[in-house]
Design a protein around this ligand. Structure first.
Ligand code: NAD
Ligand code: MG
Length: 400
């Protein structure tokens, strides 16, 4: 069919998650172009083994080392090498596959994504936290090694697709759309009492638990604002958020002549993944199509920063710069995990992040970010922010 005859080598980091599964599904439509060399997962050993038996990569890696015996047993005799641990994942990512899907959740994705960048791979980037923690260094490493970063986050894929080659200063604004999540119209009292089940029930997208909670607090949009600033080299003052409950317009770029370009599509992550696979070409696959007549209406409103303070927190972290975004991300990961564990309430997530940043700012810890190795700096900030966040959230913790 297509003119592309040689197979590209592919590694999927986080293959068992929501994005990982969508990636393998999409790659199944272009199977003749794909040679999977590595698959990695955190703890879901059953799904990892199943995917490895189907795709026959050279190596399958489980991060949790206690699960290696089970992985070995499940892959016994099939010719796929079973490995375990974060270092093995990072080494695999650093082997320089042609195309690497970065779909681990959280700051845990940073080390392997940076390794892939340094190896010159084309990185399809879903793991927004790695950009938030070390965006400039990650992008510079990819550029220096001759690879590239293609965003998979639907908003950033949209912007990437509609960005025109214009002179510097000709982009007025990037406008990130947000569904508003499950609490878009909820009262503050309802939000205060929200359970993890309610928070992860996203109206439009089916995603992993962490990003689903981030969507509910709108910290997801905060992380995406930072991600957009680094990816497209735009200051926080030129990045806006627009609530759009139908999730059809995935984001927009406004140019200085008043023209605004948008990208539209059904809420299916296989579409931005397909784009990241074939860019600047397009593949043909039986994608779900947009039926605008059936949808009928698209609506837009300004976000409510009172009920969703995460937007303000993220904008401020981006403005502070240096280690603040990495610190914000780490505190958010700690707080979301505590919420999912039912140790703190929903509104305590943003309070924990905000107070952690205040405390870290106060002691000048964030300045340690400048100078030295980007990964080490980001990890140092990550560790100290997690420590402070754990102290901060103990105040909110429910008793019994
Ligand atoms: P998920 O929780 O469904 O999957 C995460 C994957 O990472 C799994 O394969 C898991 O086994 C692995 N993993 C978890 N912890 C790990 C660790 N410490 N070390 C190694 N591997 C680990 O998450 P997801 O929804 O697929 O999201 C993945 C990333 O993509 C996140 O950064 C998220 O923000 C981003 N993203 C997701 C969507 C979506 O629709 N799901 C959309 C845009 C961006
Ligand atoms: Mg997104």
């Amino acid at each position: 069919m297509g003119p592309l005859m040689t197979k590209r080598t592919v590694t999927v980091l986080g293959c068992t998650g929501s994005i990982g599964v969508s990636t393998l599904d999409l790659l199944g439509h272009v199977e003749d172009e794909v040679e999977i060399v590595g698959l990695t997962a955190g703890r879901n050993v059953a799904r990892l083994a199943e995917q490895a038996l189907q795709w026959r990569p050279r190596v399958a890696i489980i991060e949790d080392e206690s699960l290696l015996p089970e992985l070995r047993e499940r892959l016994n005799g099939c010719g796929v090498v079973a490995q375990a641990g974060g270092a093995a994942i990072r080494d695999l990512a650093g082997e320089g596959a042609d195309w690497v899907m970065s779909a681990i959740v959280g700051a845990a994705g940073l080390a392997p994504t940076l390794a892939a960048a340094r190896a010159g791979s084309i990185i399809a980037l879903a793991n927004k936290e790695s950009l938030v923690c070390a965006g400039p260094a990650l992008l510079a490493a990819a550029k220096a090694a001759g690879g590239g970063v293609i965003p998979v986050d639907s908003e950033h894929s949209a912007i990437f697709q509609v960005l025109q080659p214009v002179s510097p200063g000709r982009i007025a604004r990037l406008i990130l759309t947000a569904s508003g999540g499950p609490f878009r119209t909820a009262s503050i009292e309802t939000m205060a009492a929200a359970t993890p089940e309610q928070a992860i029930a996203h109206p439009n997208w089916s995603m992993g638990a962490k990003i689903s909670v981030d969507s509910a607090t709108m910290m997801n949009k905060g992380l995406e604002m930072i991600e957009a600033s680094y990816l497209f080299d735009m200051p926080p003052t030129q990045i806006d958020v627009l609530v759009h409950p139908q999730s059809v317009v995935h984001s927009l770029v406004e140019y200085t002549d008043g023209s605004t370009l948008a990208q539209l599509g059904p809420p299916d992550m296989r579409s931005p993944i397909a784009c990241a696979w074939s860019w600047p070409d397009r593949i043909t696959w039986p994608a779900p199509r947009l039926d605008l007549a059936a949808i009928g209406q698209l609506t837009f409103t300004a976000p409510d920063e009172q009920r969703f303070p995460a937007l303000r927190i993220a904008r401020s972290a981006l403005t502070v710069g240096a280690g603040a975004p990495a610190a914000m991300n780490a505190a958010n990961e700690v707080a979301v995990a505590a919420f999912l564990d039912r140790r703190i309430g929903f509104l305590d997530i943003a309070s924990t992040v905000s107070e952690t940043l205040d405390r870290l700012n106060g002691v000048g810890d964030l300045d340690a970010y400048n100078g030295g190795d980007a990964l080490e700096c980001a990890m140092m900030i990550d560790v100290s922010s997690r420590r402070v966040a754990a102290q901060v959230l103990s105040r909110f913790e429910r008793i019994g």
